[in-house]
Every structure is written in C-alpha cells, then in structure tokens.
Write a protein that binds this ligand. Sequence first.
Ligand SMILES: [Fe+2]
Length: 384
Amino acid sequence: MAEPSGDTPEQYRKDRVLLDSYLDWAAGEGVPVIEDFGVDLLAAETAPWDRFGVDGAIINLKGRGNYSSTFLLEIPPGASSAPMRHLFEAVYYVLKGHGSTRVEAHNGASHSFEWGPKALFALPLNAPYQMFNGSGAEPVRMAATTNAPMVMNLYHSESFVFGNDHWFAGREGEEGRFAGDGEMTPIRPGRVLWDTNFVPDAGAFELKPWEARGVGSGNMQFILADGIMGAHASEMPVGTYKKGHRHGPGLHVFTVHGSGYTLLWYQGDEDFQRVEWRHGMVFAPPNKMFHQHFGTSNNHARYLAIGLGSKRYPVVQLRRAGSENNRSDVSIKKGGRQIEYEDQDPRIHPLWLRELAVTGVPSRMGKFFDEEAMLRELKTSAAE
Ligand SMILES: [Fe+2]
C-alpha cells in the first residue's frame, strides 16, 4: 500500500477524492473567481470569458450554500455574447446598460426582448440564447444567478451541461411571456406569485403587502420560465426597516434602490457584520445567520433575492419547510425564524436612529420603541 498522500485540495484532485466539480470547472474558465461575503458587481474585475464571448467573472459568495452562484458578464458597446445553451438555470439581473436577448424556441420560433437597468429575466432551461448590447457607447453589466454548482456537481461533465440538445418545451410558457406578460396568483401575504419570463423593471414592479415581515413591508415572488431558481422583490417604506430573520443559505440579495444597510449576526455573536446598500452590491446571508435590512434614504429601499428553490418548485426540504411551518415571518418564540421588533437587540434601533439623523429622514417606527428616550440617551453619550 502507498504512503498516505496528504491533506490539501491539490492532493485531493490528484487522489480523486473530495472533489468539487463546480469549483474545478470555475478555476478552468480563465476568468476571475471572486470569493467574498459581499461584492460590488459594478466595480468587480472581469476578464475575457471565451465561453460567453464577452468579459466576465465568477462570484462565489460566502453564503451561497451548495447549489447556486453568480456569473458577472460585461458586454462591450455594440458587442454580443456567444450563442449559448446550458443545463443550469440562470436568472439574469441587469445592472447597467441597454440591450436585448434573442432566445430560440423548440418549434423553430425565436423571441427577442429588450431590456435596460433593473430588468430581471430567465430563459427556459437549455434554450439557446444570445445577448446584444444595444448601445454603441455604454457597456452592459449583468449578473446571472445560477444553479451551476448544483448541476456541475450532479453530472461533472462539461460537455453534457453545455452541449445537450434537449428542448424543455414546457418551460417556454405562453405566448407573450418574453414580452413581460404573466399570471398573478395570490396565495397569502408574502406568497403572491407573478409567473413570467421577463420583468422589465424589477425596481418599479408593484409589490403586495407583507406586514408580518415589517411595518409597511411589500413583497412579490417571481416564477421565471417555470424554473426551480426562485426570485423575490421586497421593499420597506421610507423611515422603516424589516424584522430580523434567518433561513438557509444561497439567497443572493441585490440592492435595487434606496440606500441603507443590512446587519448580520449568528446567535450569540457580540457584534454585527454590516453590508452597505448601494446599487450593484450583492451578498448572501449564510446558513442560519440572522439578518435585518434597514432603509435610511428618503425613497423606498428595495432588494431582490435570487436563489435555488422557487415557490413552485422548492426543491430542497429547507425551502419547502419554510413555507409550511417554521416560517420566516413567524417569531422564533413561536417556532418560526423571525425576531419581532420588541425582541430585537437593544442596540439595533438606536443605531438606526443615528443613521436617520445623518440622512434627515423621520422614523415611522415610533409606535414600537420609546424613541424619545433613545434620542436623549444618544445625545448624552455624544456629549460625554
Ligand atoms: Fe432573509
């Protein structure tokens, strides 16, 4: 028997043990592989990505879990991406620029649709598509949140994932889905579904009330191209914030408009981690890490969350369980995963009041907290 060979990722590859087929594939793509807690996608470095025919980078967030990750694409002015089909799903969110996507259907038809900043869309699984920058002057930046990690690890065959000619005709949806048509299904607050392939402006799409997640909170769940990748938009009115909660990993949060911040912490942590909100940021709350979103600007603060498990196809037990019991909008004191305002860490509200003092936005949370006492306290400690 040979001597033990050692315990490093390089040696695992040589010994053919503990492999991650997605990470190995990503390392061979020739583009930056960025691993971080949160990433500013508008500032992230890209390099030519032969597979897509444009520049790009692979974003592996710390909280992405096992199944999903984000690809960043930059299409130069007047250029187009390489024609492409793949067996993983991709939910595209446009960060900047204007362009169009042409997607082929099983019956030989093709659909083209135009998009601009904050458009959200998905192509039917494995449908051939190509993207065009419609501007001669401005580059396009877009993020594709995918389940490539799941699919590459499932098959560990690049040629199968990128070279399969099967048509998933049922995913194309009815005529008009690429033009932004859709179907609304209200189930309960926080579970209102908009079923489409294309949302022209995720920043303007009308949300529905979900008061249980925070005062004035709004939400919409998107089913895109009948996919297993889920997306939802969520918003808090001016002068408010969401309640803290926690759930499984892999939800990629994109800040859409408004400014503010997110605090994240594990139960028992002394301090919070903090992510600043600005257009172009993405982060993913890690597994079971509490997180709470705060608006501080004088317009609504909205974000998009994209990850594996749609409301139609939760795929994993964690996502299904979150819909049935152990809900993310029910207090942890009642077996759920949310921290009600009255139970939150006493540092949280004064910290937010201090932020509001900077932006000059009035709080609309006075009925939940003794804000006068908190402001007196802040003044006293500032004077000391
Ligand atoms: Fe969350």
